[in-house]
Design a protein around this ligand. Sequence first.
Ligand SMILES: *Cc1c(COP(=O)(O)O)cnc(C)c1O
Length: 424
Amino acid sequence: MTNRELFERAKKLMPGGVSSPVRAFKAVGGEPIIATKGEGSRIWDVEGKEYIDFLMSWGPLILGHSHPRVVRALEEQAKKGLSYGITNPHEITLAELVISAMPSVEMVRFVSSGTEATMSAIRLARGYTGRKYIVKFEGCYHGHYDGLLVSAGSGVATLGIPGTPGVPEEIANLTIVLPYNDVDALKEAFERYGQDIACVIVEPVAGNMGTVLPKDGFLQALREITRQYSSLLIFDEVITNFRVSKGGAQELYSVEPDLTCMGKVLGGGMPLGAYGGKREIMEKVAPEGPVYQAGTLSGNPMAMVAGIATLSELFEKNPYEYLDEITQTLCEGISKILKDKGIPHTINRVASMLTVFFTDQEVYDYRTAKSSDLGLFAKFFRALLKEGVLIPPSQFEAWFLSTAHTKEDIEEALNRIERAVSLI
Ligand SMILES: *Cc1c(COP(=O)(O)O)cnc(C)c1O
């Protein structure tokens, strides 16, 4: 069985042969790989080829593939039932863990994906404020909810889709899109529409136009202006929760949003999302309040025990310093390799997430991210894949490291990257 044979079959059965667009490797050309096994820091394709994995399922696997503690928890729970449709004790345990770690979260509602979390948080913000407009930032991706697909990052950026058919103009018009890190544009928008803005949603560290850090004062400005106009501030921490620090970006940058969207690391590889925030706002969610939101598999015990095992391991071992150290080593190594070859690049990094942009410009928003040489990125990606290093198949995504990546893995990855770069 080869990657190609399977993908040919897949294309006849599923749009683009995939269940999520960027997996088709369209932006980088060539055939996508089909994965059959993941273990620790490695992933294998159907042809038996092994890769050092820096995709890490797009972020959830902060403990690496199939961490024994997570697997054990799932095995034990599977014998006791996969879903009850009735509240189970694990929901309470996980809620306690989340609330203990995330500074601004006082109550939480579990859902099954990041998209569901942002969609529900927006509904809640509108229900709570009685206002219609939402503000988002160019290049930020918040899942595929209609009103959030306007000028979105991730696959929308990768495929160069400006908006998307299927989202009515009337809905798109309720979304105000501003450049990331631009406080003046923010002030201007609020001066014009402030009284009608329900919320501002932002990735406090952007990961979906590639890794882009908030400039000093940007998140604080968001906090101040939303407070001034009684709009809600929503941090979409689906990538950053339990990733950039135990308490997410809100802890790292000491800015407390009103609502927080969670996912990815939260579920440790199982489909899980959540939204939470101030009690006064969360009390508006049904059945306590009038804002409806529900889910057949929400809070299901399999996702809960995977989340509990992942967060418990993180909180007990506190590996953030280690992750920071190995990620820094990787970035420095890559930078040296590219510099020696005279390849212009900018590496953005926070904790264990990073992006290598093929531009010599500073990258601080979507426009500067787009100054990257996408042809060169595609070559780099394919050369890495050939040498056995898997990174996200797009310039506009983040690489992720995990506690399963050893120092030897980083050294080996740098050797492979050096060989790959010598071929491009
Ligand atoms: C991945 C992601 C989402 C969407 O989560 P899904 O689980 O893919 O629906 C939302 N926001 C951000 C910041 C993300 O990175």
